[in-house]
Design a protein around this ligand. Structure first.
Ligand SMILES: [Zn+2]
Length: 190
């Protein structure tokens, strides 16, 4: 397997460019874009900060509301593990709490931290991988859609709320921050 230590992706066309001999900028041979190497990495930081901010405000907004016998019911992202816990599925509730709350939070925090960390830290590199692989917001979103379909079949006043739309934006930011992030900065420290 070839090591891809000094490669970045072109903004314009997605071509992978060798930056091992470039100082601050590199020109794409395919679409002729000039890519600022430092700014390219800062994008990950900007996306991670936005993702973190959105994730902090997310629990204040309900994801779904429904009306059962004229009682308005709603659920936020934090209510989900709590509801599972109340049903006495302790292990599942802990797992849900970790995958939809802890892992996504940790992921953004580690990306942000890597920009201020100058020392190589293997533990953080491992933690980053755990947070990336165990962050299940996308699966959680699909489960929200399934809940919506099931609830709306019985209760007509079922709606997606602000929290659900915020979660879509969050998912995009989460994806972009991880896509732009060079995880080797945690391992090598720069
Ligand atoms: Zn290009």
């Amino acid at each position: 397997m070839k090591k891809l230590d000094n490669v970045i992706e072109c903004y314009g066309c997605g071509t992978f460019l060798d930056i091992s001999h470039a100082d601050s900028a590199v020109k794409c041979p395919k679409c002729h874009s000039i890519i600022d190497i430092k700014n390219h990495k800062k994008e990950a930081l900007a996306y991670a900060i936005s993702a973190l901010f959105l994730f902090i405000v997310l629990p204040s907004y309900p994801l779904l509301t429904t009306n059962i016998n004229s009682t308005q019911l709603y659920a936020t992202i934090l209510d989900t593990p709590m509801m599972i816990y109340k049903e006495h599925f302790v292990f599942v509730s802990i797992l849900t709490f970790f995958t939809i709350i802890i892992a996504p939070l940790l992921n953004s925090l580690l990306i942000i931290f890597s920009f201020f960390n100058k020392k190589p830290r293997k533990t953080l590199f491992k933690l980053y991988h755990i947070s990336k692989e165990w962050g299940f917001i996308d699966i959680f979103m699909i489960s929200c859609i399934i809940s919506y379909i099931k609830l709306s079949a019985t209760f007509q006043n079922t709606h997606f709320e602000t929290g659900f739309y915020l979660m879509i934006i969050y998912l995009i930011l989460f994806y972009l921050s991880n896509h732009k992030f060079d995880e080797k900065t945690l391992l090598q420290g720069k």
